[in-house]
Design a protein around this ligand. Structure first.
Ligand code: G3H
Ligand code: 13P
Ligand code: ZN
Length: 326
């Protein structure tokens, strides 16, 4: 059993309070390898942003749970080292926890926050499962994210063809019955690089968000599936041998708008995948003689870092808020 506090991590409670009050969202960036972690830490330290490092069940299997724990601890130490000894607040979060056992195992291995994704269950079953996770997590001072509504797109074990928007009438009862610390909602974002089809109106339902906020004022809201699928990255990928047809994301202006509300955590994974892939494809195409991984993972790391810096500054508004007073 490892306590996250011994790793130098924090839970989300205070960070979310400040984010809701300050009208910004904390970046939740997925990672599963060293270059991604370096880019995330460098970008968040340079922009003085609080940070949620998130790991899916699949990423945990890919990277190994023991290694991940030390990577998170290393991330805190690294953040201190490059910031004159002062670490930005860092949360280690389980993304899309599929069951109680995975959440418990993450808590026991040093995670400071977990998501239990019961969004595919009935309302009653979702409440029962989420409540069980909250009881275990809160006994260890770990915070919990629940989800109501179904996002389209592909997740670890859950495939949803169509999304079902979160029903504003249900949120208050869910939050009260479960004791969750934050709530992920479905308002038209979706996972992956193909969020809309050509000809769709690529808008998220900010009206439903406003309705939800009325029912649970000031309660921390989370947006999944918030990659914007930058078209310059898609172009580089396709010009260098890739085949991404009609990849369309969420407009950054809409995310900026959402971040000003009680949306205090925004999940971005696919954009990072695109940035990394574009940089690597370009090196492979331009310099086919290269075979030192540092020669293509290095540029990938730089491209990721630039992406995260821009997100923190221009989209989430989290830049400059790492050391906000309460
Ligand atoms: O929402 C899902 C995240 O993008 C994680 O993806 O399950 O392929 O690691 P993954
Ligand atoms: P994207 O696929 O839009 O990056 O969403 C990531 C996510 O929601 C992780 O939980
Ligand atoms: Zn998600």
């Amino acid at each position: 059993m490892v306590n996250y506090k011994d790793l130098g991590l924090v839970n989300t409670r205070e960070l979310f309070k400040k984010a809701v009050k300050g009208g910004y969202a904390i970046p939740a960036y997925n990672f599963n390898n060293m270059e991604q972690l370096q880019a995330i830490i460098q970008a968040c330290v340079e922009t003085e942003s609080p940070l949620i490092l998130q790991v899916s069940k699949g990423a945990r299997q890919y990277a190994n749970q023991t290694l991940l724990r030390y990577m998170a601890q290393g991330a805190v130490e690294y953040a201190k080292e490059i910031n004159n000894g002062k670490a930005i607040p860092i949360v280690l979060h389980l993304d899309h926890g599929p069951d109680f056992e995975t959440c418990k195992s993450c808590i026991d291995y040093g995670f400071s926050s977990v998501m239990i994704d019961g969004s595919h269950l009935s309302f009653e079953e979702n409440i029962a499962l989420t409540k069980k996770v909250v009881e275990y997590a809160h006994a260890h001072d770990v915070t919990v994210e629940g989800e109501l509504g179904v996002l389209a797109g592909i997740e670890d074990d859950v495939k949803a063809e169509k999304h079902t928007y979160t029903e504003p009438d249900e949120v208050e009862a869910f939050v009260k019955a479960t004791g969750v610390d934050s709530l992920a909602i479905a308002i038209g974002t979706s996972h992956g690089a193909y969020k809309f089809k050509p000809g769709d109106d690529p808008k998220i339902r900010l009206d439903i968000l406003a309705e939800i906020e009325k029912r649970i004022p000031g309660f921390p809201i989370v947006l999944h599936g918030s990659s914007s699928v930058p078209q310059d990255l898609v172009k580089i990928i396709n010009e260098n041998g890739g085949k991404l047809k009609d990849a369309i994301g969420i407009g950054e202006d809409q995310l900026r708008e959402a971040a000003k509300s009680a949306v205090c955590k925004i999940n971005i994974d696919s954009d990072g995948r695109l940035a990394m892939t574009a940089a690597i494809r370009k090196v492979f195409n331009d310099k086919p003689e290269e075979f030192d991984p540092r020669k293509y993972l290095g540029p990938a790391r730089e491209s990721l870092k630039a992406l995260y810096i821009r997100k923190n500054k221009e989209v989430l508004g989290s830049a400059g808020h790492a050391f906000d007073a309460e």
